[in-house]
Design a protein around this ligand. Structure first.
Ligand SMILES: *Cc1c(COP(=O)(O)O)cnc(C)c1O
Length: 381
């Protein structure tokens, strides 16, 4: 059979055709007025996504580069920070801190679960010398979202700052930086922002800039003071991913047309539709605090979770994501973020039903698809 590739992973995500087409145009030079105008328009658009008046800096790297630049620009050797670890990306914060000699106190959270803001308040009281709290908006490895608004409230009462990794979450679930009082917010280009991998974005408020001024950790490529100086001149310190910047501007046009409210509502509908399908198949959600970015689903008893993901990918070319180590096979992740429409949700649930049947699991073919269709049809606007 002629097979078609369906990218249904929580990053990278599909890219709109109008955005893809931009990559076919000639490369323009970055030290020109033409590029500066594009770059500044893109930066303004990104401020709309971040819902902030602060500057947003564009970095040419994947999301982890923005995480690393947060750590190296905010802290000094031996600084103490609290890290909320409820999955692989929480772990990554801890690993970056360790690499740079920052004393990360890890707060373990059960995978897929919420972490109450009251608990964070207690942890901050027990660690009054903590400079920051590092966490995710959406813990993409489990599908859980955290109460960033609640975290910002309790952190705001202290001298510490809240640093939020919004990679995957920003643009799919609410996180208005200024309104909630998030001190540092960052994201990557290949998840909810609808362009290929390769750009990351980061923003600091005034409270965070004070830490940047005092930071003694080594930095060069990701020096935010250099980025600030250059942004004032409508440019970047180094050659940026020129094509990606042009593509991001194009993708932001779609976000602006839809409005942030519209985009967030779209993700809510896709999440509801997928979950209705999953439940109609008779499967259970993995995360107890699921967000609208992706849905993690427990592998049913008697089914090999790795075989499930492999079959969906190899046989049906439906590229969902499995769970990562050490929980590999235990659950799988159905993505509904970025440039995905309702019909992709039907494809995903349909491929899941066919795969489960292939693996000998009892399914009523079409039950999940019908439930997904029902939600989509009722909510389709
Ligand atoms: C994808 C992701 C990352 C890692 O980003 P890269 O672009 O792969 O470096 C970090 N945090 C979260 C929450 C993510 O979803």
């Amino acid at each position: 059979m002629l097979k078609k590739y369906y990218l249904l992973s929580p990053g990278p995500t599909p890219v709109p055709e109008t955005v893809l087409a931009k990559a076919a145009l000639p490369i323009i030079h970055h030290r020109t007025e033409e590029f500066s105008n594009i770059f500044m328009e893109m930066t303004e658009g990104m401020k709309y996504v971040f819902q902030t008046k602060n500057d947003v800096y564009t970095l040419t790297c994947s999301g982890t580069g923005a995480m690393e630049s947060a750590v190296t620009n905010l802290f000094s050797p031996g600084d103490k920070v609290l890290v909320i670890v409820g999955g692989k990306f929480g772990e990554r914060w801890g690993q970056i801190c360790k690499a740079y000699g920052v004393n990360a106190i890890e707060i373990p959270v059960e995978w897929g679960c919420a972490y109450p803001a009251e608990e964070l308040e207690k942890a901050l009281k027990a660690n009054p010398d903590a400079k920051a709290v590092l966490c995710q908006l959406s813990e993409t490895s489990t599908g859980a979202v955290y109460d960033i608004e609640g975290f910002a409230k309790v952190v705001g009462k202290t001298d510490a700052i809240l640093v939020v990794d919004g990679i995957s979450g920003l643009g799919a679930t609410p996180c208005p930086m200024d309104q909630w009082g998030v001190n540092v917010l960052l994201t990557g280009s290949q998840k909810s922002l609808m362009i290929p991998p390769g750009l990351a974005f980061i923003s600091f408020d005034d409270k965070a800039w004070k830490l940047v001024e005092a930071s003694k950790l080594p930095k060069f490529y990701f020096d935010m003071k250099k980025a600030r100086k250059n942004l004032a001149k409508k440019t970047t310190p180094w050659t940026p991913g020129v094509t990606l910047v042009i593509q991001q501007l194009e993708a932001l046009k779609i976000i602006k047309e839809q409005t942030m409210e519209g985009i967030l509502e779209h993700h809510r509908i896709l999440a509801d539709a997928v979950r209705a399908g999953v439940k109609a198949i008779g499967l259970e959600l993995f995360a107890t605090a699921p967000g609208n970015i992706l849905t993690s689903v427990k592998t049913p008893k008697g089914v090999d979770g790795n075989a499930l993901v492999k079959t969906m990918q190899k046989k049906y070319m439906a590229y969902i994501a499995g769970a990562q180590e050490p929980r590999k096979g235990e659950f799988f992740r159905l993505a509904h973020l970025g440039y995905m429409s309702g019909f992709e949700m039907i494809i995903m649930i349909s491929a899941l039903e066919m795969t489960l049947k292939d693996l000998g699991y009892p399914v009523t073919m079409g039950a999940g698809v019908a439930a997904t269709q029902k939600v989509l049809q009722e909510e389709w606007k």
